[in-house]
Design a protein around this ligand. Structure first.
Ligand code: NI
Length: 166
């Protein structure tokens, strides 16, 4: 098993916009495998390529209760979004802090798998949340960007405290 190191906020790499993937080769599939290993090792629900310093428009996720339904979304695009829901989110780039974020309740996403085949998926609950959170990462957007200034400052203060203790 080979894992990657996850960039921690405020690393500048987290603000990069990931370019579209056009080559679906063994090298890409190896990176995907390493991203899954990293996500599972860190007990994450999702991990975007920008979080591990890779300029690739992809993320891996597994929102299943037993972490046995791996999903890799390449060049994802949300084509429909319904409703609104507020739920608590965390992020591997912000270990130990959580915040409530408002997102679409249900989304339909179009994406390619690691062989270049196209798929469409409609999801709600944790999966919908994760799809949106990770897609944000590919655009250099972080979950704290969705918070009010006051809540963001409070969360970042808490993060600093956690880092000092660690
Ligand atoms: Ni995240």
């Amino acid at each position: 098993m080979s894992t990657l190191s996850v960039l921690q906020y405020p690393h500048k790499g987290l603000r990069e916009v990931a370019p579209l993937i056009t080559v679906f080769d063994d090298g890409l599939r190896q990176k995907v495998k390493e991203m899954f290993d990293t996500m599972y090792q860190d007990n994450g629900v999702g991990l975007a390529a920008t979080q591990v310093g890779l300029a690739l428009r992809l993320y891996v996720m597994d929102a299943s209760p037993h972490q046995n339904q791996p999903l890799c979304l390449i060049n994802p695009e949300v084509i429909a979004a319904v409703g609104e829901v507020e739920s608590e989110e965390g992020c591997l780039s912000f270990p130990g802090v959580y915040a409530k974020v408002i997102r679409a309740r249900e989304v339909t996403v179009q994406y390619q798998d690691e062989y270049g085949n196209s798929h469409t998926l409609t999801a709600d609950g944790l999966m919908a949340n994760c799809i949106q959170h990770e897609l944000d990462h590919l655009n250099g957007v972080l979950f704290i960007d969705h918070l009010s200034k006051l809540k963001r400052e409070r969360l970042l203060k808490k993060l600093e405290k956690i880092k000092r203790v660690a």
